[in-house]
Design a protein around this ligand. Sequence first.
Ligand SMILES: C[S@@+](CC[C@H](N)C(=O)[O-])C[C@H]1O[C@@H](n2cnc3c(N)ncnc32)[C@H](O)[C@@H]1O
Length: 257
Amino acid sequence: MSVSPLVPGVYIVGAGPGDPDLLTLKGHRLLQQADVILYADSLVPESLLAVARPAAQKIPTGDKTLEVILALMVAEVAAGRAVVRLHSGDPSLYGAIHEQIQGLEAAGIPVEVVPGIGAYQVAAARLKVELTVPELVQTVILTRASGRTQVPEAEALASLATHRASLCLYLSAHHVDQAQIDLLQHYPADTPVAVCFRLGWPDERIWQVPLAEMAALTHQERLTRTTLYLISPALEATAGRSRLYHPTHAHLFRPHA
Ligand SMILES: C[S@@+](CC[C@H](N)C(=O)[O-])C[C@H]1O[C@@H](n2cnc3c(N)ncnc32)[C@H](O)[C@@H]1O
């Protein structure tokens, strides 16, 4: 089947966690049609690029600054080409797309964003858990430990921990000792934690430990990057039932309880 050419512009595409089967159909189609593909090589496997046209230019961006990446994209679109900028997971989370969109729009370049499956969604699927179990936990927090990128004081991990929500901790393996101390201020020490390494990659590993052992496990397994911590009472939920499918609960599509 032939694919029609894309309108020149930049398409920021969420690649999902790494498994090519977890790319959206729209992302797949854009990759097939792109003239140029810029990809964050540390988190996006080259296997995802297999569907690209042989003539498409594939440029890894791990060694490039924002300025270089922006100049490249602007020049390619000005020359009439369609650029796919491939980011891991969902681009809205720690994707550094804000400054790219600002720079592209300032240069008058059309931008479209295509969502992807984020690491926390893959973690929940692999663990076969609902992050929002009724009467146990109804809130999900996506956050990170403070590091070279400072987290605003109002979002300090210890204060987020007061909610005892399902908490997905990104970019924090290097700061896991302090993260554990902060979380233990409010979560019980036996709160289950799933430590998820390279989800969706062939060497994926998932461990489940009590919160009090989160840091020790991280050091023991020498995890320094591509690790997501999922801290949640839902990981060991035994009861809890949503009202949605309950026989006594009537709603628009099932009016007679
Ligand atoms: C720069 S952020 C990108 C997040 C991405 N936009 C997302 O939605 O998943 C990188 C961090 O996301 C998490 N992460 C991304 N991909 C992952 C994967 N395949 N397995 C485990 N954690 C992952 C890790 O915490 C990693 O340090």
